[in-house]
Design a protein around this ligand. Structure first.
Ligand SMILES: [Zn+2]
Length: 261
């Protein structure tokens, strides 16, 4: 735990959220596993039904990779048409010149590892996501991408240590838009404490780890510490199911038979 406290200091909490540091500190204490692990593992089949269009929102550059990087890799490998949108450049919290540009470069490296096609940057100021502007921009992106599946942060039941205002704004905007547009898209919320879907990421755990490690500006300690954090998150999310490593989501869409958390 001493190491965790050092992480908190080193990552400059109170400024931007550094996902990996926060998870390292909270992984054992807070729940990321699914409410009903076996049902949740079965539910993940729905996401892979057939290749389709995916829109994935990341409030800061490393958020999505850390919580859904394995799933994105699996979808990319199966030919899904994926568009990832970084809402901010995550330019606050670490004292590195031109951090916003550095983090965009890191995100492109992570994109190569995960193998998806499209990456957009909205360049909103870190910690100052304007909700109205976000609704307008996301609506345009939604029309452009016409997604069948959308990934975003859970603003209703976020893990408490992840309840950063940028995360909440992005999650809220996506869910409001989905309702307003009466979209048939399946919504998968990450960073949730009420998960009902577990995706088996065992076969791509190495790729996910490489994607997370691409965010070098966020790594203040040894790579092995961060690698083990990714692994622990995966095994903790999978606990109670028959999976080894998983990513957990709270999902909602129009399937009547879908198990809701
Ligand atoms: Zn974040």
């Amino acid at each position: 735990m001493k190491q965790s406290k050092n992480l908190a200091i080193g990552l400059g909490l109170g400024a931007t959220i550094s996902i990996i540091g926060l998870v390292a500190m909270n992984i054992v204490k807070k729940g990321v596993k699914a409410v009903e692990p076996e049902l949740a593992a079965q539910a993940s089949n729905i996401i892979f039904e057939k290749p389709c269009k995916v829109l994935a929102l990341s409030p800061h550059p490393d958020d999505l990779d850390f919580f859904a990087g394995g799933t994105i890799k699996l979808l990319a490998d199966r030919g899904f048409d994926i568009t990832v949108v970084d809402v901010t450049d995550g330019e606050k919290g670490v004292n590195i010149p031109n951090l916003g540009s550095v983090r965009q470069y890191e995100q492109r490296r992570a994109q190569k590892v995960l193998g998806y096609q499209n990456l957009k940057f909205l360049h909103y100021p870190d910690m100052k996501v304007n909700y109205k502007r976000l609704m307008r921009d996301l609506r345009n992106i939604w029309y452009e991408v016409n997604p069948d599946i959308v990934f975003t942060f859970d603003h209703n039941f976020p893990l408490k240590f992840l309840a950063h205002k940028d995360h909440l704004a992005v999650g809220k905007a996506v869910c409001k838009l989905a309702t307003e547009m009466d979209s048939p898209a399946k919504i998968y919320l990450y960073g949730s404490r009420k998960n009902n879907v577990l995706v088996d990421i065992s076969e791509v755990l190495e790729d996910k780890t490489r994607a997370v490690l691409s965010h070098k500006s966020q790594l203040r300690f040894s790579k092995s510490l961060y690698s083990s954090t990714v692994k622990k998150l995966g095994s903790y999310a999978a606990s109670g199911s028959n999976l080894r490593h998983a990513e957990a989501f709270r999902a909602f869409h129009n399937f009547d038979s879908f198990p809701m958390g």
